[in-house]
Design a protein around this ligand. Structure first.
Ligand SMILES: NC(=O)c1ccc[n+]([C@@H]2O[C@H](COP(=O)([O-])OP(=O)(O)OC[C@H]3O[C@@H](n4cnc5c(N)ncnc54)[C@H](O)[C@@H]3O)[C@@H](O)[C@H]2O)c1
Length: 417
């Protein structure tokens, strides 16, 4: 059988998917697009070393015309839905990096493009596939801790030192414009996938924001917290953003009516499990390193992000080919469930922490209200529905602050206090 012809849009984070495609038995990397051409040179060197031919494009319109069955979107986090809808409507399956969409209107448009084309949409929320989270998913599905009552997800990443490398001092880069609330799927997503729960309402709270960071063009130095109530009455706390902690934290805990599971917050990546026995409050405790349990041989070739980076792309390929493993690929409804919790949590936060309903956009009757809802923090997208970049009218950094970050990036240096 011919291999799937797959292209990658965005070659920074996209390098991870490029690496998987260069070694995957069922796929062929046929094209890569990035306007920052040094990244294309790196792809060329890798492909040449393997004796492979990959078409390289700096311009999306040229890339778009290339013969591809599927495209992986690793471009700017706020532009996935816009490019994704266009690619779906041109007949390509898509996999999207985080985030799925920047507005409620885009959520509706994306879902309808997937439904109308019948093509595969996969959401690359790799944090669902880390050895520990994937094991929690497997054990929850097996019924080990009973029915979920409460969960916590945490993604803490102080990006200040690497800010030059990931924003290039560009005031319009999505990382400089988007409120951290929007980036909620690393912390919330695994909880939803492990349990199969659907969010019903969300309350958003944020940590104190010190304007000194914003003035230094370090705009993400705060954390967003979503308190999500699910349709079954379980509660999930999701926290994500830049707090002072090294190493960063990617951690989860899950309580059910028969026990709990949680990852080790400092130190070795153990999973801790407690399961109640026949007597109340008496049970069995385990602490162990979870092993890969799906396509482990192939997965072991890819070590990044706790072993998770291989799986998102692999399950996307399996789903297109209708093969086992496809059930782990995250579909558009689950992606939107995760993503819109962050968008709506920010609205809750701006309104003083009132609970906001999370619609079930699987239901066409619930879509009408959001079709023209463009509220977000990107002026060109939001128009007259623009939300403040930070609550409280904090002013943007002066141009000199961005210039300083840019100089650091050009010199290949990190930010230091
Ligand atoms: N899942 C994870 O663990 C993880 C980790 C890092 C980044 N990400 C996600 O990956 C995506 C990319 O992030 P990043 O860290 O690579 O930084 P980024 O968003 O700055 O990089 C995007 C790349 O796409 C290119 N690009 C964007 N628009 C383009 C266009 N119209 N034409 C040509 N090239 C274009 C840029 O030049 C850049 O190299 C984001 O969605 C981010 O959320 C995910």
């Amino acid at each position: 059988m011919a291999k799937l012809k797959i292209g990658v849009f965005g070659a920074a984070r996209g390098k991870t998917m490029i690496n998987v495609l260069l070694k995957h038995p069922d796929a062929e990397l046929v094209a890569v697009c990035d306007k920052y051409t040094p990244l294309l040179d790196e792809v060329k060197n890798e492909a040449d070393a393997k004796g492979l031919k990959v078409a390289l494009y700096a311009d999306f319109e040229d890339f778009f015309k290339h013969d591809m069955d599927a495209v992986i979107l690793a471009n700017y986090a706020n532009e996935h839905a816009t490019f994704g809808v266009r690619l779906l409507r041109s007949g390509r399956h898509i996999m999207s990096e985080v985030l799925p969409c920047e507005t409620m209107a885009q959520a509706v448009e994306l879902i309808e493009a997937v439904e109308q084309t019948g093509l595969v949409y996969a959401y690359a929320e790799n944090y669902c596939y880390m050895d520990r989270t994937f094991e929690m998913w497997r054990r929850y599905a097996r019924g080990d801790i009973g029915r979920v009552t409460y969960g916590e997800g945490e993604y803490i990443h102080d990006c200040s030192s690497i800010w030059p490398r990931i924003t290039y001092g560009d005031p319009k880069h999505w990382r400089n414009r988007m409120h951290p609330f929007f980036y909620c799927t690393h912390s919330l997503g695994p909880l939803l996938m492990m349990t199969g729960e659907r969010p019903a309402s969300v309350t958003g709270i944020m940590t104190r924001f010190d304007p000194k960071y914003y003035q230094a063009a370090l705009s993400m130095m705060t954390a967003g917290i979503e308190m999500v109530t699910t349709t079954s009455g379980a509660v999930f706390k999701s926290i994500h953003g830049s707090l002072k902690r090294e190493p960063g934290s990617v951690n989860y805990e899950l309580y059910g009516d028969k026990g709990c599971m949680e990852t080790q917050r400092f130190g070795e990546p153990y999973l801790n499990v407690y399961i109640e026995g026949d007597k109340a409050c008496v049970g069995n405790r385990e602490s162990y390193f979870p092993q890969k349990f799906i396509d482990a041989e192939l997965a072991r070739n890819f070590g990044t992000h706790g072993g998770s980076d291989f799986y998102a792309t692999h399950f996307f390929i399996q789903k297109i080919l209708n093969r086992p493993g496809k059930e782990y690929s995250i579909d558009v409804y689950r992606a939107v469930d995760m993503g819109i919790c962050g968008l709506l949590a920010y609205r809750s936060c701006l309104a003083g922490g009132i609970p906001v309903e999370v619609p079930d956009l699987r239901d066409p009757a619930q879509r009408g209200k959001y079709r023209n809802d463009h509220a977000c923090t990107t002026p060109e997208v939001a128009g007259d529905q623009l939300l403040p970049r930070i609550p409280g009218g904090v002013e943007d950094a002066p141009p000199e602050a961005y210039e300083k970050i840019r100089r650091l990036w050009l010199a290949g240096k990190n930010y230091e206090n």
